[in-house]
Each structure stands twice: as C-alpha cells, then as structure tokens.
Design a protein around this ligand. Sequence first.
Ligand SMILES: Cc1ncc(COP(=O)(O)O)c(C=O)c1O
Length: 342
Amino acid sequence: MTELVDLRSDTVTRPTLGMREAMAAAEVGDDVYGEDPTVNALEAEVAALFGHEAALFAPSGSMANQIALQLLVPPGEELLCDADAHVVTYEIGAAAAYGGISSRTWPAVGADIDPEVVARMIRPDGYFAVPTRAIAVEQTHNRGGGGVIPLATLRELRGVADDAGVALHCDGARIWHAHVADGVSLTEYGRLFDTLSVCLSKGLGAPVGSLVVGSAEKIERARMIRKRMGGGMRQAGILAAAGRYALAHHVDRLAEDHARAALLAGAVAPFGVLATTVRTNLVPLDLTKHALDARALAAAAREEGVLISVLGPRTARLVTHLGLDDDAATRAATALTRILAA
Ligand SMILES: Cc1ncc(COP(=O)(O)O)c(C=O)c1O
C-alpha cells in the first residue's frame, strides 16, 4: 500500500534517525534545578540567535506564548492582537484564565497589518479605561495562510509600541519560515521584539518544545511563571537535544517545504480555491465557490491517500513539512487536481 501523504499540519512529523541519536546521547540533569546541560545549551543558543540575553525552554508554543503575555501584561490590563491570532483563537482563553489579561483585537488581516490601525487602538494609562500594555503579532501567520509580515511593517509597529510605551511580542512559532522566505536574519527579528516565543516542534521537526526569548530579567521571571503553570521539566535535555539537532539541520531545508507548498498551490489555483498567495509552508483553501465543501474535499482526498485539515465549512488547509518528499507532494497535487476537477 502506498503511504498516506499527511498534509494536515507540520506538527505531525516524527523525529529522524539523526535526531533520535542526538536525543539518546544527550547529557541530562534536573532542569528545575537549572542543572540540565543540554537545556542550558539550547537556551543560550536560541537567545544568541535572536540577539537577546536569555531564553527559556517550555513544553509547548501555547505555554511559551502565555508565559510571555504574563510577563508583559499585568492582570486586568490589555493585550492587542488580531482577531485570528493563535493566542486568542487556539489557546483556550489562557490569557484571561491564567493571566487575568483582557484582550482586544483588530480585524483579521493575517500578515497584512496596518500599524496605524493598531496605533489608534492603544488606550493610555488611567483609572477610567483598560490600559494597553502589549501588542502581539504572529510571524508567520497561521490562520493568515503562512503570510509573512514585512520587515518594514514590523519596524513601524516597533515605533508605534515605543511611542505609546507598550511592549511588542512575537508569536514566532514559524518565524524560521519567515527568516527563510524573506531572508531577514533572526537577530534582526529579535531586535524588534520585547519577547518572542519560537517553536521547535513545527517546521523544525522536533517532537516537543518551544522557547520564550527576552531579557535576563524577564526570563528569570518567566522561569517562575513556567513553574507555576506546571511547565518545569526534569531531564528535559532529551528533548532539548532534539531541538538543538533541529536548529543545526532543519532550518535551511524549510526552503524545500516552501517549494512543495508552491507546487500544491499551483495545482489547486486553477480551480479558484486558493485563499491567498502562498509564501511559506501553509496552503489555505477557500472553497466558497467550489461544488465541494471542506469535509467533502477532505473525505475524497483521504480516499486517495491524502490527509488535509478542515478548518471551517468551506475552509481547508494543506501544510508541507519534513515528513514529505517531492514524490509525496506530487502525488498529493495530482490527487487534489483530480478531485477538484471532477
Ligand atoms: C502560530 C502558532 N502559535 C502557537 C502555536 C502553539 O503551539 P503548541 O501546539 O506547541 O502549543 C501554534 C500551533 O500550531 C501556532 O500555529
């Protein structure tokens, strides 16, 4: 039987042999005591990549985001982000539930942010209104179809944040893809944000792990918040080793995932179902004008050995990742073309 082509998410990857060997060989210690040399090395490496003083290993991207938000926004005060942001869409109300944070959103525009719209939303200090303390953006933008926020927009947003005295956070679960797609260095991105969360377990293919990146003072506080949230891990070097391996071997290859996503986008575009221009590894589908709805498309694709994500009645998504080669991408493109043409 031919293998299934799994295009549901870049979180479905399994550790490669080289990664498993690195995990097996990892030196470990108790990380809650700060004694795991592999975790310490990963944290130092990621901090340096983004030009920040420190970083903290966390079990998930959601926890890394929520730790960062709690660092930046005191209870009862406000975070601004877009209506489709992961932090307000898929983190199950964590900012409110754990941080007492009030969130307000600008209309969902994916990576096409207008810094002036954001600037107009900022509320100043005072007892009569909820004061804005932080702005969060997502690079690349998940529900925005893997869109990349241009460097110039981020610089403008930094200016907006500085003028208002508020912090800027980046949900950088897929910032590696933005770095590869736009050629902007990670240090350049790092310089623009007070905090970043970055994921090792998506495009980079590690089984577990994200980091919060920021100043030494913030990361010291982040360590307390992580422990409070139950995220203190013990011999986590086994996992950090996978992350270090991923950073060494799986960043540049993201260009292959982008090329395979472009191939899939090219195959479905003639049927009028491509939701937006594809820049990275996500291919968002809008089936409003097609005879098939998202469930019907997913069911037909499954029959052909291709798994895709259903995001809404008429929206679906294809994602390329480390677990796919050119042959798998071509097979999926052929199958989807056949189904959409029927
Ligand atoms: C943009 C973005 N941020 C954060 C996360 C959360 O990561 P995790 O699933 O590790 O909590 C995801 C997960 O897909 C994501 O796409």
